[in-house]
Design a protein around this ligand. Structure first.
Ligand SMILES: Cc1cc2nc3c(=O)[nH]c(=O)nc-3n(C[C@H](O)[C@H](O)[C@H](O)COP(=O)(O)OP(=O)(O)OC[C@H]3O[C@@H](n4cnc5c(N)ncnc54)[C@H](O)[C@@H]3O)c2cc1C
Length: 388
């Protein structure tokens, strides 16, 4: 398809976030173009696809919990509408998550998490070792305790993404291959996007949804997003049994997760968390640690085929929450910084950004996530200096 010269909205970035926003905006009748970037580099491709508002909760991310829960509440409807539009499955599995603990210290850590979740009123059930293995017979007999979380599901992010791309195609979103280089503006108002090859797209409305690369365009205010590298594996059980639930584990002080797909043909094992910038290396140590930890929790994984090793870049922010909404440049809307939860946050982000562009304001649940919450933060200032 050839690039349009004008569109009502140009979305920069064709990962899960950009594609979902483009589809939802197109349904409002606007003409929409997506500058796709490099799909093989997207975090949306490598992610594990856990939808985990409860088990991802940490002691310091209270505000994010409400947004995560809001997105989870929208997931079923979002996927049903998407499958209807795209005519293909979007990968949602309404299957609980089982968090388990290996040794005594791990069990203490899990018990502390359980207590925290109970204080927050989040539903979870504490399990003994034997009860854990009743839910998941493949678990190692050394597992000491567990926590069953019925409300944390998973979604095969590759199926979800393929369905979103197809929904965009069917509804007439225009795909523009290539990279945006600059957001152009005059008198404080966006007037277009300039691509790396010099192509110009005229528009009064740009949605910046290019994940970990959000800070790299010229013509935007400083955006405190950094890449947080994650190495992740895909195992193929071949003819061996696969776990039925998502398993998360504290094992000898490490954290690992195993996310099975509905087909039984893939188990995703992740993931490292590394502050190394855009470092594309899959390392021997990274793969070793993931396989070692997976085997401690689920011994059968040692017999699975190792079908894929990959690296992705989580779009990290200073408070681990996304950046959603308007900024000082009129017509530029931000939808980035989804860090560890971008698959989970896809529905609420698409809904919030569509409402903003259609009605001029974010829904209440998203109002705390605008860029201005970082005003004056050292991280933002450093970014400005680096870019100058
Ligand atoms: C190892 C790992 C495991 C994860 N597991 C989970 C999980 O279980 N659950 C969960 O909810 N989240 C998970 N995440 C997080 C999730 O993957 C991300 O938050 C989410 O995919 C971000 O989506 P995005 O569309 O913003 O960015 P991306 O998917 O990274 O897409 C951004 C796209 O923009 C393109 N681009 C870059 N620059 C430009 C430009 N200048 N012009 C045009 N395009 C451009 C890129 O090429 C890329 O294709 C995981 C992430 C990683 C790395």
């Amino acid at each position: 398809m050839t690039a349009p010269q004008t569109a009502d909205v140009v979305v920069v970035g064709g990962g899960l976030i950009g594609t979902a926003i483009a589809w939802r905006l197109r349904l409002t009748g606007r003409s929409v173009a997506v500058v796709t970037g490099e799909r093989s580099a997207a975090a949306s491709r490598v992610a594990a696809g856990m939808l985990a508002p409860v088990t991802e909760t940490t002691y310091t991310e209270g505000p994010l919990l409400g947004l995560n829960q809001a997105s989870m509440a929208q997931y079923g409807t979002f996927v049903a509408e998407l499958e209807d539009c795209a005519g293909q499955p979007a990968g949602l599995r309404r299957v609980p998550t089982l968090s388990v603990a290996g040794n005594a210290d791990d069990a203490a850590q899990l018990a502390a998490l359980a207590g925290y979740l109970e204080r927050l009123g989040l539903e979870s059930v504490r399990l003994t070792s034997r009860e854990c293995r009743r839910y998941e017979p493949l678990l190692s007999p050394t597992i000491r305790s567990g926590l069953l979380v019925a409300g944390d599901w998973s979604c095969d992010n590759r199926l979800l993404w393929a369905a979103l791309i197809e929904a965009c195609r069917r509804t007439g979103v225009v795909e523009v291959p290539g990279f945006a280089h600059q957001i152009s503006s005059g008198k404080g108002q966006v007037d277009g996007v300039v691509l790396g090859d010099g192509t110009q797209l005229a528009t009064s409305q740009v949605v910046l949804a290019n994940g970990a690369w959000a800070a790299q365009l010229s013509g935007t205010p400083p955006i405190p997003v950094r890449p947080v590298k994650g190495q992740i594996l895909r195992l193929d059980p071949v003819r061996l049994p696969a776990p039925s639930l998502t398993i998360r584990a504290f094992t000898s002080g490490h954290e690992v997760y195993l996310v099975p797909r509905e087909s039984g043909r893939e188990v995703v094992v992740g993931a490292t968390v590394e502050e190394l910038g855009f470092d594309p290396r899959v390392t021997a140590g990274g793969v070793y640690e993931l396989l070692r930890d997976a085997r401690q929790v689920l011994p059968v994984t040692a017999e699975y085929a190792l079908s894929e090793t990959s690296v992705g870049y989580r779009p990290g922010t200073p408070d681990n929450a996304p950046i959603l909404g308007p900024c000082e440049l009129t017509g530029l809307v931000l939808a980035t910084g989804h860090y560890r939860n971008g698959v989970l946050l896809t529905p609420v982000t698409a809904t919030a950004i569509t409402q903003l562009i259609e009605h001029g304001s974010l829904p209440e649940v998203a109002t705390g996530f605008t860029l201005d919450r970082f005003a004056g933060l050292p991280g933002a200032a450093e970014l400005t200096r680096e870019r100058a």
